[in-house]
Design a binder for this molecule. Sequence first.
Ligand code: ZN
Ligand code: ZN
Length: 277
Amino acid sequence: MDQFEHHEETNENWHMAHAEAEQVLDDVAFYRTLIANVIFLGKEGAEDWVLVDCGIGHYSKRIMEAAEKRYGGQPPQAIILTHGHFDHVGSAKKLADHWRVPIYIHPMEMDYVTGKRDYPVGDATVGGGLFAIMSPFFPTDPVDLSKYIHPIPNDGNLPFLKEWRVIHTPGHTPGHISLFRDKDRTLITGDAFITVKQESSLAVFIQHQHVHGPPAYFTHNWNEAEKSVQKLAKLNPAVAVTGHGLPMEDELLANQLNDLAANFKELAVPKHKNKEH
Ligand SMILES: [Zn+2]
Ligand SMILES: [Zn+2]
């Protein structure tokens, strides 16, 4: 065992005692992997639960620990990925290896998580906090989840997610999805919009809640990203659990999300990108 591995293991063990999901609703909880959230769908102790997103790399043990605290040894029915960016799939392979469960992603993201295609290179001119914090975690090898990955069916119906609708929210990535539950208007956004200002290192850690557009560095199509935010705003969510930042709810969420939808170009699109439209 070399020094790095030793260090990493010590780190994971230390964190494990602290790995605990925070509950948003009685059947929705999240756990933050340094900067990216993973989401647990299912009541505490439920036998049928689902994991949404898998956080950055080297967090698999902590995610397992948080899952164990909430669900005992019961593995999830499946893992769903909102998109294939490394900060959402980093621990996916290890979790699927451990639980032996299928992973679902939108058909348009399949190539990016099976080593066939890389996402476009990020826009370095919009760098900033989140990007700087994440850069040590940039993967050196392409993600390959071929063994476990399945495309979400075209009708968006996943048998283990009866109450939830899959909503295609492209822009940040081509096959980005969000999840929505009509009965209580709960929204899982992935990176379609987030609640932390990703250009500020301080904001990333303080996690002051404010609705923001998708992380700019990795967003490839701003027109589509705008339409996706408008689509989500129309759903009038009561609660939003986002890929980065703390959950938001009620009026504060509604006001800021509507504001973002109405003024997306000014609020979310980097200035130099605006000129291209
Ligand atoms: Zn992303
Ligand atoms: Zn992200």
